[in-house]
Design a protein around this ligand. Sequence first.
Ligand SMILES: [Zn+2]
Length: 386
Amino acid sequence: MPVDERDIINAEGDFVYRDAFILSSRSSRAPSWKMYAFTGLDVSFSIGEGILDFCYTDFTKEQDSILLLGALFSSAKKREAIVRNQDEALEAESSNMERTLSSLDRYLYQSVYSSIFPPYIENFTRDSIPMYIHYIAEIQKEKLRRIEFVFDEEFYPDELSKFLPCERYSLYSEVYGTPTDFIREERFTMNGNLDPRYLKRGNIDTSEIAQRLTSYEPTNKKSPLEKALGLEADRVKLFYHAPRFMAVEYRVSTIHDMLELEFTKMLELGTRLHKCKICGRYFIVKGNYVSDYCNRIREGQTRTCQQIGAQRKYDERLKTDEAVALFRKYYKRYYARTKVNQIKPDKFRKWNYKACEMRDRCQSGKITPTEFEEWLYGSFRNRRKE
Ligand SMILES: [Zn+2]
């Protein structure tokens, strides 16, 4: 039994919880002590965010350190655990899990899904950790390739833009031999309670819920419906004052299954991705406006791509404006001189042609405005530069 089966994944697919996954691990079988960073925690994010987080994690960073630790573990003498009853089985399992977690530690906590779904290594051999690294690398590679094929609007647009993402995936699975079927076991419940994470996504406004909750006044008088159905007084009213919400849950136990679940949800909900013009990574398109940049902060940066992009656009405009202003200034000056025959018209025409070229070079940043101005100034004899 893989320990990570204890994680319950609720994926909200219906209109109430349209855009979020809630991950939690609060099964009754889960140990009360904190097994790993995500034990007992709720994490919520938009559908698609988990896959992208996994795909863009640089797992190679912590690779060497866990290979070293793994080598140490595998050479340690193994003690055979004798298991006589369920308690001892659980104990043996916990200790295996603890060893797995302590040897993979930093490697796992690099991405959300690798943290939530750690592997369970029963027998440490020389191959255990290299195999796990290989497993992660392979699914990462496959998911990146798949995302590009299915969601990238610039990927062979002439041929693929007429397809829906699900159709593109159908083609992809034929080409790469990935399964077209994926079993999702869904649990639909109306017992979504007043937990704040449900409240946020409920189709009832939070302030209205508060109003409903606080306005409840008990009564002994039965309503017509309560009378008709033979219910006790207040039964129907209570449903109104303590609203319930629907929830959809999935049970997932491996990174692979989690990624597949999320991917199929993306197809189902029509999630759209767009490639950031700065970091080149995909991000989820929200609403109708498609931005050129994502709002992640790249490594080594302090600002988001969006902030960097806005600054860049602003700088470009300034540069463009400056180049145009300089060009106009000198154009006027030299044109005036053609009128008084200080500059011959054909010389001016040639100059104008070259000046336009230089202006374009300045706008595209190949030369600085100062260099451009020096060129303009030096084109004809001038008085002292003002
Ligand atoms: Zn970006």
